[in-house]
Design a protein around this ligand. Structure first.
Ligand code: F6P
Length: 323
């Protein structure tokens, strides 16, 4: 392997820059050329890429976002789009790809590999923490810290007014962000798609909280919660308890930005090096992850298809501490 292309794809996450830097510098260390591909697979399709040396990634380890930019490429889903991408892959004399992203990005890389035999390694970059084969994804820890900072502020206001707050956090299909940020911010209730919740249970629990002497409540809701979105839940609660003063906050994309935490920078640095070393050892179609603090390579199809189970112990802890 002489030349590796690196790209970030799908939703951005804090720490992607640290991961790009690690890939570029590991390539420099092992005397391999590294090419930065802009806007995910779009850059392959439209030939937007340039060589990156060790110095071209200076001062980015601490920056949120991704300086290569990212996209959810529709064109790459088509055979014509992938053909164009392969033509540019060849033209630029690339030997392999490193794809930093989530399961959608890995699925794209896997199809590309099956069609054109392009070697690749994935690095899990998403705030959702929903990728199998790694204990943590790059960006998750930063997003959690952003959430608890915001929810701490909401608590100040909630307690000052005796209010019930529904706070929506990201997690399209997974409740990892909601569960951990809910525990860390002392939420009275946490609603996640992995648990079957009912409105009656929620109402009972709010009543219990009131009887236990709580004057305000914070209910952290994952975006993918099946019981309803935060606005519907707030409306139903107001209807059931007209005496409650209910408010809604959607944290939204602030969760995707900001300087990565130390945890995310170290994880991104390790996985960037592991991805380059994996390619040098002729590994392909795998994702570099960290499990029990050890680097592991998981077959990409497992990383895409399997899911990390939500930790039942955390659910128990949240319930016990909400007494
Ligand atoms: O997958 C990461 C994520 O942040 C999800 O939690 C969220 O549902 C989604 O991306 C939103 O993505 P976008 O606004 O980029 O479409």
């Amino acid at each position: 392997i002489q030349k590796i292309g690196v790209l970030t794809s799908g939703g951005d996450s804090p720490g992607m820059n640290s991961a790009i830097r690690a890939v570029v510098r590991a390539c420099a260390y092992y005397n391999i050329k590294c090419v930065g591909i802009r806007q995910g697979y779009e850059g392959l399709i439209h030939n937007q890429m340039s060589e990156l040396g060790a110095r071209s990634v200076k001062h980015i380890i601490n920056k949120g976002g991704t300086f290569l930019q990212t996209a959810r490429s529709e064109e790459f889903r088509t055979p014509e789009g992938r053909q164009k991408a392969f033509d540019h892959f060849k033209k630029n004399e690339l030997d392999a790809l490193i794809v930093i992203g989530g399961d959608g990005s890995f699925t794209g890389a896997n199809v590309f590999h099956k069609e054109f035999n392009v070697p690749f390694i994935g690095i899990p970059g998403t705030i959702d923490n929903d990728i199998f084969g790694t204990d943590f994804t790059i960006g998750y820890d930063t997003a959690l810290n952003t959430c608890i900072e915001a929810i701490d502020k909401i608590r100040d206001s909630a307690t000052s007014h005796n209010r019930v707050f529904f706070v929506e956090v990201m997690g399209r299909d997974a409740g990892f962000i909601a569960l951990s940020s809910g525990i860390a911010s002392g939420a009275t209730n946490i609603l996640i798609p992995e648990e079957k919740d009912s409105l009656e249970e929620l109402f009972e629990s709010l009543q219990k909280s009131e009887q236990a002497g709580k004057n305000s409540s914070i209910i952290v809701v994952a975006e993918g919660e099946e019981l309803g979105n935060v606005y519907d839940l707030a409306k139903a609660t107001e209807k059931r308890f007209p005496e409650y003063d209910v408010r809604v906050t959607v944290l939204g994309h602030i969760q995707r930005g900001g300087n990565p935490t130390c945890m995310d920078r170290v994880l991104a640095s390790r996985l960037g090096v592991a991805a380059v070393e994996g390619l040098l050892e002729n590994k392909t179609n795998v994702m570099a992850g960290s499990r029990a603090n050890k680097i592991v390579y998981t077959p990409i199809e497992e990383a895409i298809k399997k899911h990390n189970e939500i930790d039942k112990e955390l659910i128990k802890v949240a319930k016990i501490l909400a007494i």
